[in-house]
Design a protein around this ligand. Structure first.
Ligand code: FAD
Length: 447
């Protein structure tokens, strides 16, 4: 694809816009200790959230990251904070939880309730720790990509309000300009109970809180091997060895060869984002009058919002499922943005970046313990609230000697159903093309 250079602002950068305010770094980084009670692999939201809870619970905790602190997905996201994981595509279910059984329905409702708890947990954490991260409760609009999707939305609204009471309502196509300056969608859902934040300022606030709580933090310390068993692990890292009683693997989309059992269960997918230059105030206001975060009903969904200050657009999506150069994803995403907002033709891109999210076969995140190692993973692209919450839940489980009230414990974690799959998603370009084809066909056929 030939890339039109006129799309790019002269100050264009191929890195996250968020890093202008808080760049992942090594502040607070110290030498790896010989010993710690709890060792956490990964310094994103889940690792830091777990560390904070454990340190406040009186444990000695060490968090390490192969990169700078937060350089994985946590400082790259869109910052949408939502209550509601993608439940409904089927949960693997253990014994007695056959699909459509009462137990299965109950499990789904418990998981949904915990997604609301996750949403609320982020707000509590931000307030408790005094984190300045532009957290704004401005709600969400989900656009219907086809008229059939819009018809299906009624059940979704009913389910959301019945189980979670999160103020969801349908918005017909002829009313949709009250929420988005576009005629692209066939109506949508408005959800009042949704927020947005500045991802890397939120991460910095968590890092500061961990430092205050006495967590040992080690950047650029890749864990290469974990030996031993519960109560007596040895972590072999690029910077020496460390003994630990408990280990939490909090590596999500960046899970590598260290955890072969987790890798077989998740598919790392690239998600990409661009931001625009500043827009005239009235144009920005017309785009998203109430400052909602926007998402869609298609298989390959885009997500977008205004940046703090309400004058610039952030537009994200899966330009490609696999990692591609930032300039290419920028040009593709710009095209998608113009499809939705033709009035932004000629508006230039200032930043373009990507990061990895972890998809699971059943579309829900998982936490648990395997071979003595605790884990939480599988954000499925929505982890600002959920991974922060699950990190906290894993920590509580350790503090409560293995006991947990979370419905996520014990949900079977299915393997990716691709023969010999061990973590290298060679099939992504094929699936990406197929989904794009289905989305286009459905939109043409149904309008
Ligand atoms: C472009 C993009 C947009 C997104 N938008 C949204 C959104 O709008 N809303 C939302 O809710 N979610 C969104 N997400 C998802 C969200 O960002 C993630 O779910 C969340 O940040 C995951 O946090 P985490 O701590 O589990 O993992 P991460 O933040 O990815 O951290 C994992 C860390 O583990 C480290 N690591 C891996 N292996 C090792 C090893 N062997 N040794 C040491 N360290 C290791 C990595 O270096 C990495 O820093 C988005 C993600 C991306 C990429």
């Amino acid at each position: 694809m030939k890339i039109d250079r006129a799309l790019f602002h002269p100050d264009y950068k191929a890195e996250p816009f968020w890093w202008e305010a808080a760049r992942p770094g090594t502040e607070y980084s110290s030498d790896l200790p010989d010993k710690t009670e709890v060792f956490i692999v990964g310094s994103g939201y889940s690792g830091l959230s777990a560390a904070l809870e454990l340190a406040r619970g009186g444990r000695s905790v060490t968090v390490v990251d192969a990169l700078a602190f937060g350089e994985g997905a946590s400082t790259r996201s869109g910052g949408g904070v939502s209550a509601g994981v993608n439940i409904g595509k089927g949960i693997a279910g253990g014994p007695g939880q056959a699909k459509h059984s009462g137990a299965h329905k109950q499990l789904i409702e418990r998981l949904m309730n915990e997604s609301l708890a996750a949403y609320e947990f982020v707000h509590t954490l931000v307030e408790r720790e005094g984190i300045e991260c532009h957290l704004e409760k401005r709600g969400r609009f989900i656009g219907a990509n086809t008229s059939a999707h819009y018809l299906g939305f009624q059940k979704k609204v009913d389910d959301l309000n019945r189980v979670l009471q999160i103020g969801a309502r349908l918005l017909a196509k002829d009313e949709q300009r009250s929420e988005i300056g576009s005629d692209y969608y066939h109506g949508g859902i408005v959800i009042e109970h949704a927020s947005k934040l500045h991802p890397s300022l939120f991460h910095k606030g968590l890092l500061d809180a961990c430092h205050r709580a006495g967590v040992t933090l080690c950047a650029h310390t890749k864990v290469e091997k974990i030996d031993g068993a519960l109560g007596n692990f040895t972590l072999k890292t690029a910077n020496g060895d460390c003994q630990a009683e408990q280990v939490i693997v909090a590596t999500n989309g960046y899970t590598g060869e260290l955890s072969p059992n987790l890798r077989k269960r998740i598919v790392p997918i690239s998600s990409q984002i661009i931001t625009t230059e500043e827009l005239p105030e009235d144009l920005a206001l017309e785009l998203i009058p109430n400052g909602r975060t926007i998402s869609e009903s298609a298989r390959i969904t885009n997500y977008y919002r205004l940046l703090p200050g309400d004058r610039r657009v952030m537009f994200g999506g899966r330009a490609r499922f696999e990692s591609v150069p930032a300039d290419l994803s920028a040009a593709i995403l710009h095209g998608k943005m113009i499809e939705r907002w033709p009035q932004l033709k000629g508006v230039r891109i200032t930043h373009s970046w990507s990061g990895l999210v972890a998809m699971t076969t059943d579309s829900i995140p998982h936490m648990g313990q395997e071979d003595g190692l605790h884990f939480c993973t599988g954000c499925n692209g929505s982890g600002v609230a959920m991974m922060t919450y699950l990190g906290n839940q894993v920590a509580q489980r350790i503090l409560q000697d293995g006991h947990s009230d979370s419905a996520y414990v014990g949900v079977e974690f299915p393997k990716v159903p691709v023969p010999f799959y061990s973590g290298n998603p060679w099939f992504l370009p094929i699936i990406g093309n197929y989904y794009r084809h289905l989305d286009r066909k459905e939109r043409r056929r149904m309008g």
